[in-house]
Design a protein around this ligand. Structure first.
Ligand code: CO
Length: 159
């Protein structure tokens, strides 16, 4: 396993819209290794999620950490899309590995429907709520060049 370098704000890569990937790309050995290294890097840095632009790749791959997933498994979402299932939005504190030591309150939908492709190239579809839904919305934002500080209130830094 290789520990990847997480790039930090400000950086142009974090602000680009990332490209979708196809099944052939997903199944390549290099991509499979990249996914494993992203999972390793996320856990090493104590993140609950990681998006490919954060490790310098503008492709639509995100990892959702097992701590945010009710199934307690790390989840790989490729070309993810979501729709809201509730009108209700909830405010909670967020941080980001690309914006160290910074936190802010962000409003997110409480319940969403997610469709994506997994690391095996299979279509997956599921519902997510609370922290799980929040992390997915945060990571998908990364794929569109959006950072939590763009949406946050009461942003603060710690020592
Ligand atoms: Co982030």
């Amino acid at each position: 396993m290789t520990k990847l370098v997480v790039i930090t704000h400000p950086n142009e890569i974090l602000r680009k819209r990332s490209d979708e990937v196809d099944r052939n790309f997903i199944l390549k050995e290099d991509t499979q290794n990249l996914i494993k290294n992203m999972i390793e890097t996320m856990h090493n840095d104590d993140g609950v999620g990681l998006a490919a632009p954060q490790i310098g790749k503008n492709i639509r791959i995100v990892i959702i950490g097992k701590d945010a997933n009710p199934d307690k498994k790390d989840l790989v979402l490729i070309n993810p899309r979501w729709n809201k299932l509730s009108r209700k939005k909830i405010v909670d504190l967020e941080g980001c590995l690309s914006i160290p030591k910074t936190f802010g309150k962000v409003k997110r939908y409480n319940k969403i429907q997610v469709t994506a492709t997994n690391e095996k190239g299979e279509k997956i579809e599921f519902e997510a709520e609370k922290l799980f839904a929040r992390v997915i919305q945060h990571e998908v934002d990364h794929l569109d060049g959006v950072l939590f500080i763009d949406k946050a209130r009461d942003v603060y830094e710690i020592e």
